[in-house]
Design a protein around this ligand. Structure first.
Ligand code: E4P
Length: 294
């Protein structure tokens, strides 16, 4: 008898279609997949090309990314494939939108990832008005999630917001408490934004996301293998999550804030240090595969 599936969607965090197939064989399904510049750089074919001394032009890199997501696209379910635009601190919303429009045409089930920067929010607002599905990435604060809600109001299809749990845990803050806060805040809204809990470091992140009723999760292959090996448990509200880091030290809970979802998106404080660090890391990984710094 097939095992019960959680109400929370299971996405794979990876840029390797072979991993998609592997997890699909293991679980019987993969609801969707999230990619990013780091995962594209880690793709085995890309790695082989780099090891043999090859480097892409920006156009070749784009073509490679397209090839990868086209392989993944038919393997996944309704949560689609998230494709990330190139964005540094100078990238204008119009440029992100142009990339997003092109990428959205690559496959029928694309979600376009824009960063939780002011220009990323502006690009998201223009995108949803054009029917482009979005996944707002590098989310580290409740204020950013409130801005995502406000910027994507009126979208025909749900927008995703991706709180990065593990990177908060990495610096001593309880990333799962951010997911809980966003879910609580969105309970006052119209449901047009879905929470895609991301940046997982352990199976407990997945299990606590189920308990918090996150609509979606994305996990690296190792975590889904561990979950499968444990018999794909699906704990509910009664799951007892221990907010500790990898050494067992207690993580600091992130306090809940009362925020007005009806305020305009640019009235929220969008700055978060980890978003800036995340942008720098994605830019470096993107450029690591290129012939010359683009
Ligand atoms: C998902 O969309 C993210 O890109 C991903 O979960 C990042 O995770 P990391 O913190 O392990 O890089």
């Amino acid at each position: 008898m097939p095992k019960a599936r959680p109400a929370t969607k299971i996405l794979l965090d990876s840029g390797d279609p072979e991993e998609t197939l592997h997890i699909k064989n293991l679980l019987g399904y993969v609801d969707g997949q999230t990619t990013n510049p780091t995962y594209v750089a880690k793709n085995p074919e890309v790695q082989q090309f780099l090891t043999s001394g090859g480097r892409f032009t920006a156009a070749q890199q784009n073509e490679e990314y397209r090839k990868i997501v086209r392989q993944i696209s038919p393997l996944v379910g309704s949560a689609g494939v998230s494709i990330e635009v190139f964005a540094d601190f100078n990238t204008r919303a119009e440029d992100m939108l142009a990339q997003g429009e092109e990428m959205f045409g690559w496959i029928p089930n694309a979600y376009i990832k824009y960063p939780c920067l002011p220009e990323g929010l502006r690009a998201a607002q223009m995108s949803v008005q054009r029917g482009i599905r979005v996944n707002m990435t590098l989310c580290f604060s409740q204020a950013q999630a409130a801005a995502v809600y406000a910027a994507t109001k009126g979208t025909k299809e749900p927008a995703y917001v991706s709180p990065f749990v593990g990177r908060l845990d990495d610096r001593g803050e309880d990333g799962m408490s951010l997911v809980a806060n966003i879910k609580k805040m969105y309970a006052n809204g119209d449901g047009h934004v879905q929470v895609l809990a991301a940046s997982f470091r352990k199976v407990d992140h997945l299990l606590q996301s189920f308990a918090l009723n996150a609509e979606l999760t994305t996990s690296p292959v190792k975590i889904l293998e561990q979950w499968a090996a444990a018999g794909t448990p699906i704990p509910g509200k009664d799951f007892s999550y221990t907010a500790v880091d990898s050494k067992g030290n207690a993580l600091r809970e992130i306090p809940y804030k009362e925020l007005d979802l009806n305020a305009s998106w640019d009235s929220f404080d969008l700055h978060h240090e980890l978003t800036d660090i995340g942008i720098k890391r994605f830019v470096a990984d993107y450029k690591s595969t290129l012939k010359s710094a683009a």
